[in-house]
Design a protein around this ligand. Structure first.
Ligand code: CA
Length: 261
């Protein structure tokens, strides 16, 4: 599928396969669909893993190069990375090490043909969360993804608090200054992306990617429409708006809406 935009640091459009995300449908494995980056340079394996995860309702991107993987993981808000070890430009161990050094906190599942203990230890030492030796059966990959997701959900702070805004991703409830706010599923997802990274500016393309995946083009005003609706619900006439427009760049959640940045 055609990719709308390349990540900002990437001079060329990455060669990726895009799978449609069906966020409105529950994933077959239970729970919320995940945004998964697959880093694998063997086209047949990449395609099989992508198709299998997409069939469970997850949103999947694939890249075939180590350096490209870092750019993508730092540009889009992935929930999980499936990372091959032997890759062009940077190997999976180095990709893992650099992502962790840069603060990437989501689970990383390493894939490799090297099933020996040394490689497994190296992967875990570089910050991988789990390890799957090739060849593997798809049900085992799915089981590892489920286990990593459970671990991540348990480790993650159950609530997100930014200024007087409070989000509970488990119950999908939202309060501002103690007032309960009802949001649609998409509005909640959009707000959650912004609230997990207060102060960080997200472009319209990044928000479309995170919330709607690939079904809207960059010309669509879908983000604008949802931001307007979120502001109406969150601010309720208050002047200290939580969501800020950064002209020419995108939107961010203002961590301290009482002041101008
Ligand atoms: Ca490989």
């Amino acid at each position: 599928m055609w990719r709308r935009c390349a990540p900002p640091e990437s001079p060329t459009r990455p060669s990726t396969t895009r799978r449609a995300r069906h966020a409105a449908e529950p994933a077959h494995e239970g729970g919320q669909p995940l945004r998964i980056l697959i880093v694998e340079d063997e086209p047949a394996i990449a395609a099989a893993v992508a198709a299998s995860l997409a069939a469970e309702g997850h949103a999947v991107d694939t890249v075939a190069d180590g350096a490209e993987a870092i750019t993508w993981a730092e540009t889009y808000p992935y929930d999980l990375v499936v990372l091959d070890v032997i890759l062009p430009s940077l190997d999976g161990f180095e990709v893992c090490r650099r992502l962790r050094a840069d603060g990437f906190a989501e689970p990383i599942l390493m894939l490799t043909a090297v099933a020996d203990v040394d490689a497994r230890v190296t992967g875990l030492d570089h910050g991988a969360d789990d390890y799957l030796a090739k060849p593997f059966a798809m049900p085992e990959l799915h089981a590892r993804v489920r286990a990593l997701r459970r671990r991540q959900t348990a480790a993650r702070s159950p609530r997100i608090t930014v200024a007087d805004l409070d989000l509970d991703p488990m119950s999908r409830s939202v309060h501002r200054a103690g007032r309960s706010i009802r949001l649609t599923a998409r509005e909640f997802e959009l707000l959650e992306v912004l609230a997990r990274h207060p102060g960080r500016v997200f472009s319209q393309e990044q928000l479309i990617d995170a919330v709607w995946n690939a079904d809207f083009d960059a010309e669509s005003n879908i983000v604008e429409v949802y931001i307007r609706s979120l502001r109406r619900k969150l601010d309720g006439g208050r002047r200290d708006g939580l969501i800020q427009t950064v002209r020419g760049a995108g939107y961010r959640l203002h961590a301290d809406p009482g002041t101008e940045p």
